[in-house]
Design a binder for this molecule. Structure first.
Ligand code: SF4
Length: 307
């Protein structure tokens, strides 16, 4: 993997993002540095949570993936788990979800759609046609309240692909995924991995903002899934990172709890899938950033063929 940043700059950026105070220098949070929401979340976090004391160099190590999974924490979207619905969509056999545990291909609930013909057509689109179709889409009710559909961003030949839940207010306004406080944290996470947005591809399970930032419904995820699947097919990343439970649901044939799924390597066809917490959750629960870091280290090992 390339090393685009020198270490001094890297640590400075991490500290500015409010990441290193937790992972490295937790007591040095900088007011007004873009970590304000994180600081607020940290105040609200349960007192007495021991900082992990993990140095940012950890990505170069063999990840502690096999270590015992920490005690479950309530994840952002666990209160409203998505449910499977509708009919399966035909798509490339190479990219059917596979349970890592069983190795058995499974029809993902999120691979189902109310319109298989539409899904089959989307599966043939090139980038330009795909993004045009996303922007014009009205396949679910989310189009009624969006400012604009948010397609995806980043390197279309990336080795890493991150999948989030859906656009928030700022993403809806600007038309780009992960541009609010959660986006800043994601940038910091990328930076810790010596990556930036030019080296990864970022997309969401649903391309239009759910009203009031609610969790997208299974039907909305299903309606939007053909777009995500086509993006994956076009990027063909070496690893998929599912950020939060709806993203994991969009990729896998399982209704999972992130806290329980961490440490397992799932598969979307041939592509390994690492599940971890959504940055928005981490802003509210900064003590879990260390767990997210473990997950990213695991993903990095997969990208580098070390796992
Ligand atoms: S969320 Fe997806 S399926 Fe729904 S209107 Fe937007 S682009 Fe279309």
């Amino acid at each position: 993997m390339s090393a685009p940043f020198d270490e001094k700059e890297r640590f400075a950026r991490l500290e500015e993002m409010g990441l290193t105070p937790l992972w490295r220098l937790r007591t040095r949070l900088q007011p007004g540095s873009g970590a304000g929401e994180e600081q607020e979340a940290q105040k609200k976090a349960s007192a007495g949570v021991a900082p992990p004391g993990r140095a940012p160099e950890a990505p170069r190590k063999k990840p502690a993936a096999a270590a015992a999974v920490p005690a479950p924490a309530k994840e952002r979207s666990e209160a409203r788990p998505p449910r499977a619905s509708s009919e399966p969509v035909g798509r490339s056999p190479a990219l059917h979800p596979v349970s890592a545990a069983s190795g058995t291909p499974a029809a993902s609930p999120s691979a189902r759609t109310i319109d298989p013909e539409r899904a089959a057509r989307i599966a043939t689109l090139d980038w330009e046609a795909l993004e045009a179709e996303i922007r014009a889409c009205s396949a679910c009710t989310l189009h009624r309240t969006r400012t604009q559909a948010v397609t995806g961003v980043g390197n279309r030949q990336a080795r890493w692909m991150f999948v989030g839940e859906g656009p928030g207010r700022e993403e809806d306004r600007r038309g780009e995924p992960f541009v609010g406080p959660a986006g800043k944290l994601l940038d910091a996470m990328l930076f810790a991995l010596r990556l930036d947005r030019t080296q990864v591809y970022i997309a969401n399970a649903v391309k239009c903002r759910p009203p009031d930032n609610r969790t997208p419904t299974p039907e909305e995820i299903a309606a939007c899934a053909p777009f995500l699947f086509r993006q994956i097919e076009l990027v063909r990343p070496k690893v998929l990172v599912a950020l939060g439970r709806p993203a994991a649901f969009a990729l896998l044939n399982e209704e999972i709890k992130i806290a329980q799924a961490r440490g397992r390597i799932f598969r979307y066809g041939e592509i390994p899938v690492v599940v971890t917490y959504h940055p928005a959750y981490l802003l509210r629960n900064p003590a879990d950033k260390a767990k997210a870091w473990e997950d990213l280290c695991r993903a990095q090992a997969l990208v580098e063929g070390k796992d």
